[in-house]
Design a protein around this ligand. Structure first.
Ligand code: SIN
Length: 284
């Protein structure tokens, strides 16, 4: 097992990992140290990884296998890789809202990998929030209410035909494919048991969660808004100042993230893959 050096970046989550060259990793066993760090720190940052797209795909496979990213046109000849791009003239970036990647799928991805090719000289940071802590710091009453509840997730608001990204498509260079398919709905537990750590994590996010099952939209909105205010409390977060060739890997089952849009006139280009996951299990 390759044992990386680990330097936490915040009290809640996040660590920088050095001492591992991902261009040389060919066996899953070599990533055991990385996986252990992910279980402990939820999001890890690996600077100076001068990887090409073959390396990115190989590491994704070794972490559990590539998964598709619906509603974004992948790279030609690489159906599992998307380009996360903001050109200098773009007004909007991708993913500028708190979310968990692809939670609208029946089996959402376990991890996301994001590799920086070009970054602004300031701005364009990404922020993550620890959803174990978010759950653990709720009142015992609200914990009891949420455990056992089911929430509906859908990509419709973001990727649906006539949805938010369809309406603003002239303002971004992202290859978004709005679709009626995006309105499909999938239920997931509001509080899930993490399959690796066994810990309880809140599994609700403002982009893809639409309402609670058995609650009407107004009731759902009120509780969801309350939970979201709590789940992105600054005390639960960490923030990455990107550098070219940094690879970030995060666990979607216990984090939310938000890509900040504060670098007007600058270019930022990243390549992203997702690692296959499983249907989230309820925490009980
Ligand atoms: C994403 O949510 O996949 C993109 C995050 C980022 O661009 O920092």
């Amino acid at each position: 097992m390759t044992r990386p050096d680990i330097h936490p970046v915040a009290g809640a989550l996040g660590a920088v990992l050095t001492g591992i060259d991902l261009t040389k990793v060919t066996e899953a066993e070599q990533l055991e140290g990385l996986k252990k760090a992910l279980a402990e720190y939820l999001v890890v940052f690996l600077p100076e990884q001068d990887m090409d797209l073959d390396d990115l795909e190989r590491v994704t496979d070794l972490l559990g296998g590539r998964d598709v990213t619906p509603f974004v046109t992948p790279l030609e000849g690489r159906p599992y890789v998307i380009r996360v791009i903001k050109e200098p003239a773009d007004q909007l970036n991708f993913a500028n809202a708190w979310h968990t990647d692809l939670s609208y799928l029946a089996e959402p991805p376990s991890y996301t990998l994001l590799h920086a090719w070009e970054v602004p000289d300031h701005g364009g940071d990404t922020v993550w929030s620890n959803q174990y802590l978010a759950f653990e710091t709720l009142s015992s009453g609200l914990k009891k209410t949420l455990v056992g509840m089911t929430a509906v997730h859908s990509a419709g608001m973001a990727y649906g035909t006539g949805g938010v990204l369809d309406k603003v498509k002239g303002l971004s260079s992202m290859a978004i494919e709005p679709s009626a398919e995006a309105y499909k709905q999938h239920p997931h537990p509001a509080v899930i048991e993490h399959p690796v750590t066994g810990r309880a994590a809140l599994y609700l996010n403002p982009v893809y969660t639409t309402q609670f099952e058995g609650w009407n939209p107004l009731e759902s909105r009120a509780l969801l808004d309350h939970v979201y205010r709590h789940s992105i409390n600054e005390n639960f977060t960490c923030r990455l100042r990107w550098e070219r060739h940094t690879l970030a890997v995060w666990d979607n089952r216990c984090t939310l993230h938000n890509a900040l849009n504060d670098y007007s006139g600058a270019r930022r280009e990243m390549f992203r893959t997702s690692v296959k996951g499983a249907a989230p299990k309820p925490f009980s």
